[in-house]
Write a new protein. Structure first.
Length: 248
């Protein structure tokens, strides 16, 4: 649920058995109100009204903070993780009117239109973080869809739908409606790790739990799943996304 309060965007997150109403703020997101399932719209707005001065003060401070954060750029020669590899960014000219990205061997190519090319293009290009993330998401969707099709046939387990999101704490999930959700940021990991995540979620189509039978099914198709799970937890995201605020 989303609405506007005093021109500020507000998103409501509801959970069963939550008794207290709380507010969370972020640099580039809406005001997040966490509350119970039965809390009325009127109660939420009254709560926000009681915190209006506090919100105004902190949101103004956040605006000042954003002004002090430099706009992230892509730099020639910078290294990016992609499907378990480390790719070096290379800027190249294109006849297209819009910039785009591609991968060739061990390079991540940023194709820059001639109208945007300058002496500065050999070092940094603006605006690139969104372009990079959109490229990663597009590649991840195609790659994971292909892998799900392969493993579905091998395991004889077929989801009704596949969705992609970018949650902060989960790489995949399976609903009781047989809908699989994958974090497109899996694109940074190697094929073995992504295969494990897919096998794990497909196994939930038969066992919607983490029972002994579930893990036996996972092990049948991923004999060394403990290794992949450990590596998945230990892998650290590339520093670029931490610096830019566009964390993978």
């Amino acid at each position: 649920m989303e609405f506007k309060f005093a021109s500020w965007p507000v998103r409501v997150q509801r959970k069963a058995f939550r008794r207290r109403m709380t507010i969370s703020l972020s640099l580039d997101g809406p005001i997040l109100v966490k509350t119970g399932i039965l809390t009325s719209q009127h109660s939420i707005e009254s709560f926000l009204e009681s915190k209006k001065n506090w919100l105004k003060k902190h949101l103004e401070n956040y605006e000042k903070m954003k002004d002090q954060i430099p706009s992230p750029v892509l730099k020639q020669g910078e290294i990016f993780p992609f499907q378990g590899r480390k790719l070096k960014l290379q800027c190249v000219l294109t006849l297209n009117k819009k910039p785009f990205m591609s991968v060739h061997e061990d390079q991540l190519l940023l194709h820059v239109p001639q109208s945007q090319w300058s002496a500065n293009s050999r070092q940094e290009i603006y605006p690139c973080p969104d372009l990079l993330l959109k490229f990663y998401e597009k590649e991840a969707r195609a790659w994971i869809h292909e892998k799900v099709n392969v493993w579905s046939q091998q395991m004889q387990l077929y989801p009704k739908k596949i969705k992609f999101r970018a949650p902060k704490t989960r790489w995949g999930s399976c609903s009781s409606q047989k809908i699989l959700n994958f974090n497109w940021k899996l694109i940074v990991f190697n094929s073995q790790i992504v295969d494990y995540v897919i096998i794990h979620e497909l196994a939930h189509l038969r066992h919607l739990n983490h029972s002994k039978s579930f893990w036996q099914l996972v092990e049948k198709y991923c004999p060394h799943f403990e290794v992949q799970e450990k590596e998945l937890k230990m892998k650290y995201m590339d520093s670029y996304f931490l610096k830019s605020g566009k964390r993978l």
